[in-house]
Design a protein around this ligand. Structure first.
Ligand SMILES: NC(=O)c1ccc[n+]([C@@H]2O[C@H](COP(=O)([O-])OP(=O)(O)OC[C@H]3O[C@@H](n4cnc5c(N)ncnc54)[C@H](OP(=O)(O)O)[C@@H]3O)[C@@H](O)[C@H]2O)c1
Length: 370
């Protein structure tokens, strides 16, 4: 990590915090660049990817795939080696899982706040898996991480793109009525597999009823996210869950058909009311946070990915089609943007919450005193 004292990283929101992006050339890395271009608190000062890209200007190394132009300042920025030596303290990471497993701890050990998208450490007992509207209190786990004690660094993760919309929709229901069983079947966009992802010949006019490790991730992450912080660990939600994950020929936006069994009976009006009232970050003024994290759509044929994925700047989960379920109690459809709410946007929102809490700038007292 570059020699940056805690005082040079002011919590004054008028002085942007320097951030780096690991995996800057990939699908999620590009979203980071797009979403951070005009961010009021964060400024990208460092980008890195694999050895194939290191030393090249970004525009040469990355095939820009988004529908807004690559910011000129980033296009000419040269990719650094993926080493912590000259990296800023705050790192947004969008690395393949196996690479992340090896690399993220190196950055945390060097004193970086690693805000990660990858699944490598999501289920590690001491690593918080966080959606700010759902379980901000789980960030307490950072304080138990060995890196935090030795260098001030730590790792925080956001969930899999298929879990995040589901959990946003379930959280207010779980709080008010309790959830006993969850059944979900997904229709997941191709961008969820990174670039180039699934071969066009495999997905055009087709559905692939298999996404490696996705069902397990979705089930375990959902229960951890809805779990309770108990001392220095998380007690997962005591509920049974079954997920079916499918890849469909949609560019962006994961749609999910959900059935739930509740611990206490709820009417349709009560469920609609808990979604409408769910505004847990109101008053915190986090730039990426949507005003309404769960948006109810009344029309009987919504939500749809092409029409609804960008609600709340791509950060809202859209719900619709709430009706009684013949097997469990209620069923509905939820949609969320997989590379915004499900990836880069989720990590930036985690970064914003960490900034609000003063955890991007400050090192624990023991480290600062050295
Ligand atoms: N796509 C989604 O919707 C989504 C949603 C949630 C989470 N995620 C997770 O986010 C992570 C990134 O996903 P993605 O879709 O952006 O993947 P991607 O498009 O394949 O991008 C992978 C990135 O990792 C870099 N990389 C590869 N090997 C490296 C190495 N040895 N050292 C340093 N950097 C290396 C690549 O750089 P080069 O260009 O130089 O090869 C590229 O920047 C994954 O863990 C994924 O599971 C993705």
């Amino acid at each position: 990590m570059e020699n940056q004292t805690s005082s040079s990283l002011s919590s004054d929101v008028n002085q942007p915090v320097s951030v780096g992006i690991l995996g800057a050339t990939g699908m999620v890395g590009q979203r980071f660049i797009q979403l951070l271009e005009n961010h009021p608190w964060f400024r990208i000062t460092w980008i890195a990817a694999s050895d194939r890209s290191s030393g090249k200007p970004y525009a040469e190394a990355a095939k820009w795939r988004l529908d807004t132009p690559c910011p000129q300042r980033i296009a000419s920025m040269v990719l650094s080696p993926a080493e912590p030596d000259h990296a800023p303290r705050v790192i947004f990471a969008a690395l393949d899982t196996e690479i992340a497993r090896e690399m993220e701890p190196k950055f945390a050990a060097a004193g970086c706040a690693v805000v990660s998208n990858s699944s490598a450490f999501r289920m590690a007992p001491g690593v918080p898996l966080v959606i700010p509207e759902v379980n901000a209190d789980h960030l307490h786990l950072i304080e138990g991480q060995s890196w935090r004690h030795s260098s001030g660094g730590y790792i925080v993760t956001n969930p899999n793109c298929s879990a995040i919309g589901l959990v946003l929709a379930l959280k207010p229901i779980e709080e008010r009525f309790g959830i006993e069983q969850i059944f979900v079947s997904t229709m997941q966009a191709v961008s969820g597999a990174g670039y180039p992802g699934v071969a066009s010949m495999d997905i055009l006019g087709n559905v692939v009823p298999y996404i490696k490790n996705e069902e397990q991730k979705m089930e375990e992450e959902t229960l951890k996210l809805l779990g309770r912080l108990s001392g220095n660990s998380i007690q997962p939600l005591d509920a049974r869950m079954s997920a079916h994950c499918n890849r469909v020929a949609v560019e962006d936006g994961h749609t999910e058909s959900v059935s739930i069994k509740l611990r206490r009976k709820a009417t349709r009006e009560e469920l609609l009311a808990v979604w409408a009232e769910f505004q847990p970050l109101a008053g915190q003024h986090l730039p990426m946070a949507p005003a309404q994290p769960v948006e109810w759509l009344e029309a009987e044929d919504r939500p749809q990915p092409r029409l609804d994925r960008n609600r709340g700047g791509g950060m809202a989960a859209s719900v619709g089609r709430l009706r009684p379920c013949g097997l469990l109690d209620w069923k509905f459809t939820v949609l969320s943007h997989n590379t915004i709410r499900g990836a880069a946007g989720a990590a930036i929102l985690n970064g914003e919450l960490l900034h609000r809490l003063g955890k991007l700038e400050t090192e624990p007292a023991a480290v600062a005193a050295r």
